[in-house]
Design a protein around this ligand. Structure first.
Ligand code: NZQ
Ligand code: ZN
Length: 381
């Protein structure tokens, strides 16, 4: 095991009606909340109304910033920062999926700076000095942002999608009500499952030996294989939704990092290029790349793949069986396994490779160069 530091200050309120306390929680912080939402799902399904009802009861004044798109753009975060400053926000409340919460994190930090939030994502080491407290009402099981210090935004014009992390970005409280995820459409439910599985794989393929981490990783995969199809077939199944929600949180809240220096995250870096080029949902991009990546690096990861196969599929199963089962699972839940299923043909390959080169896409342990980008691309064509 490697040395490690474990820290996670986010309070999780989990379960039915857990947002009932948001008004009193907010009142502990201040009297002015700046709410950030996406393209309107939380208006249609009534979640926003429930949140604002509790804020009104607690005499919290609020303003709403609407319109964060999936695969969020830094310009929206900059616009939200300007409005939040004018309003005199004392806290940010994000109501939505990972895109809304990631944007909200940028706004929390941007509130105390005079430059564009994109500077934080630039890789130049620019760090926030302070951040507003964030209350996150999560509506989609996928990213883990509700209990981690990361945020991912993109510069669509210049074709960069980047993440960064800072301890100031942990949400203060995240509210995880499985009922709030009942209305997530089948597609995004499947992409969320692909994303939580991908986080688990990224950490599992961090090569340092950490037995508990690897055992937990295989349990997360096993349970995702079990609960995923149930949630797709019956979107209002509380147990399936609740388990997916908690699996996705634990997959990227630091638990699986313990005893490892890092995860690999090469597949994530590769996927960010697909998202920024084609606006493909993050999880859909991951379900296309992961099987191809596993095939490409198979010679180096065979023992780990066998371990994952034995623990998730049963005794006697091997890594190749696991890849077959994974592709079949993706197909069954309705997330793509090949680029062509998303309408991305071979005529786009040169652009994809060039953008991977421009973004210097690498994994922490499984290095990728141009020849690797191309070989993986062929496997996912
Ligand atoms: O925009 P609205 O109208 O709200 O609709 C959203 C959006 O269309 C909809 N949705 C969300 N909750 C719903 C719902 N529809 C009905 N009922 C509900 N309860 O779902 C669509 C997708 O939402 P989005 O927030 O984009 O999805 P997700 O949670 O998968 O977030 C993806 C983003 O997170 C980043 C990804 O790169 C991507 O930009 N990630 C962030 C990470 C982090 N901060 O740690 C790690 C991840 O690897 C990931 O990179
Ligand atoms: Zn992800």
């Amino acid at each position: 095991m490697e040395n490690f530091s474990a820290y996670n200050p986010t309070r999780i309120q989990f379960g039915r009606d857990c947002t009932n306390s948001i008004g009193t929680d907010a009142a502990q912080i201040g009297q002015k909340a700046f709410i950030i939402i996406g393209k309107g799902s939380v208006k249609k399904n009534g979640i926003l109304e429930q949140v604002t009802k509790h804020l009104k009861t607690a005499n919290i004044a609020f303003e709403i910033f609407e319109g964060i798109k999936s695969n969020p753009e830094y310009q929206d975060a900059d616009a939200a920062v300007a409005q939040a400053k004018q309003f005199g926000a004392q806290m940010i409340i994000a109501v939505g999926g990972g895109s809304v919460i990631d944007t909200a994190k940028a706004v929390c930090a941007g509130f105390y700076s005079e430059h564009s939030v994109w500077e934080f994502y630039s890789g130049k080491g620019i760090k926030p000095t302070a951040a507003l407290p964030l209350l996150a009402v999560l509506t989609l099981a996928a990213t883990g942002t509700e209990m981690n210090r990361f945020t991912v935004l993109q510069d669509t014009v210049n074709k960069h999608k980047r993440g960064w992390g800072n301890e100031l970005l942990y949400p203060y409280i995240s509210y995880l009500d499985p009922v709030y995820t009942f209305s997530v459409p089948a597609g995004y439910t499947a992409y969320g499952i692909a994303d939580l599985m991908a986080h688990t794989f990224e950490l599992f393929f961090g090569i340092d030996a950490s037995p508990l981490s690897d055992h937990l990783a295989s349990d997360i995969i096993k349970l995702a294989l079990q609960y995923g199809p149930t949630a797709i077939a019956n979107p209002n199944n509380y147990e399936a939704r609740a388990n997916l929600l908690w699996l996705s949180t634990v997959a990227l809240n630091g638990t699986l990092n313990a005893g490892k220096r890092n995860g690999d995250f090469g597949v994530h870096a590769y996927e960010h290029v697909l998202s920024v080029l084609f606006d493909i949902p993050h999880g859909a991009g991951l379900s296309i790349i992961y099987p191809a990546w596993m095939k490409h690096f198979y010679g180096q990861i065979e023992a780990k793949m066998d371990f994952m196969a034995e623990r998730t599929l049963g005794p006697g199963m091997n890594g190749k069986d696991f890849i077959d089962a994974l592709e079949a699972f993706y197909g069954a839940i309705g997330t793509p396994k090949r680029l062509v299923e998303w309408g991305i043909g071979t005529d786009q390959h040169a652009l994809i490779v060039q953008t991977l080169v421009d973004n210097k896409v690498r994994g922490s342990y499984f290095d990728m160069q141009k020849a690797d980008y191309e070989a993986i691309l062929k496997l996912m064509a």
